[in-house]
Ligand binder design. Structure first.
Ligand code: 2NE
Length: 270
């Protein structure tokens, strides 16, 4: 793939090609652990991918083949969150999780090496996960004095079942790619050297599909677990579709023409 790099980032890369955006966490010396800057940059990159009408599928990955992401950078963890150059403690990975969920384009986690802690939660939040055969999955919260009781807990439970989710969190074990596939935590496992090729192939297949159908399906599947926020997004998509109809456009045009709207030609469907 002939990736074209753009953006001025410190902790990430933003590459695009063939309608695909590839967003890479680039802190391999810390197994791609994130700090506040990393997350602000990831948010910016995901927003670029969302706003770019050419982009139909997004890959989230980590630099190198040792790690997808090892979660929050414990070396800059203060007493009230992860501390950046402004001295403020933050848990801004939560904003990124919400952004991935609400972004109306499919996001694929491309995992080589460790997806651990908050890094594991990020792949759980992605729509699909393609793993290399060296991938390792797990949570570490109860070991390092942390937990994610949001998507990290209940979305994981929705993905692998309650008993398995409890095991993963309570015992902090690590699971290899084969085990992850067996428990439905990932969609496919491929040899490390074929990871990007396979992930791009999945993106190409997604790009052949109806963007609106994919958008509605992502919203529908997420709405069940996102409650009112999920319904709000799905309702927004319903409004989008309605705006595209002649019936809605009649209301807009009547207002602009300063006349009474005439909806009589639109059927009252059973
Ligand atoms: C990821 C793992 C299993 C890798 O092990 P290994 O043996 O392959 O590498 P090593 O030697 O542990 O790590 C390589 C370098 O990366 C740093 C290490 O400290 C080491 O650097 P040096 O100390 O030798 O200079 N590194 C790795 N992970 C880091 C991290 N998360 N923060 C800062 N530096 C890190 C192994 O490294 C590991 O278990 N890492 C810690 C995983 C972890 O506990 N993550 C945090 C979970 S809590 C969280 O993410 C979170 C949350 O629960 C709620 C909200 C927000 C965040």
């Amino acid at each position: 793939v002939d990736w074209k790099r753009s953006g001025e980032y410190e902790d990430i890369f933003y590459d695009t090609a063939e309608g695909i955006a590839k967003i890479t966490i680039n802190r391999p010396e810390r197994r791609n652990a994130f700090r506040p800057t990393t997350l602000f940059e990831l948010q910016d990159a995901f927003n670029r991918a969302r706003e770019d009408g050419e982009i139909g599928a997004i890959i989230l990955t980590g630099a190198g083949d040792q790690a997808f992401c090892s979660g929050g950078d414990q070396k800059i963890r203060g007493d009230d969150g992860y501390v950046g150059s402004d001295g403020v403690g933050r848990l801004n990975v939560l904003d990124l999780q919400v952004q991935i969920r609400r972004l109306p384009k499919p996001v694929i986690a491309m995992v080589a090496g460790y997806a651990i802690g908050g890094g594991h939660v990020l792949h759980v939040c992605c729509d699909l996960t393609i793993a290399a055969d060296n991938a390792v999955f797990g949570q570490t919260g109860p070991k390092v004095g942390s937990f994610d009781g949001g998507y990290g807990a209940w979305l994981l439970a929705e993905t692998v079942g309650l008993k398995k989710a409890r095991e993963i969190w309570y015992l902090c074990r690590q699971y290899d790619a084969k085990q992850a596939l067996e428990m439905g935590l990932v969609n496919a496992v491929v040899p490390l050297e074929r990871l990007e090729e396979e992930t791009v192939q999945w993106c190409r297949e997604l790009l052949e599909k109806s963007p609106l159908a994919l958008r509605m399906l992502k919203g529908a599947i997420n709405a069940v677990s996102d409650g009112a926020a999920g319904m709000q997004q799905f309702a927004g998509d319903a409004t989008l579709l309605y705006y595209m109809s002649e019936e809605a456009q009649e209301g807009r045009d009547a207002f602009k023409d300063k006349r009474k709207p005439d909806f009589s030609r639109f059927p009252r469907r059973p």
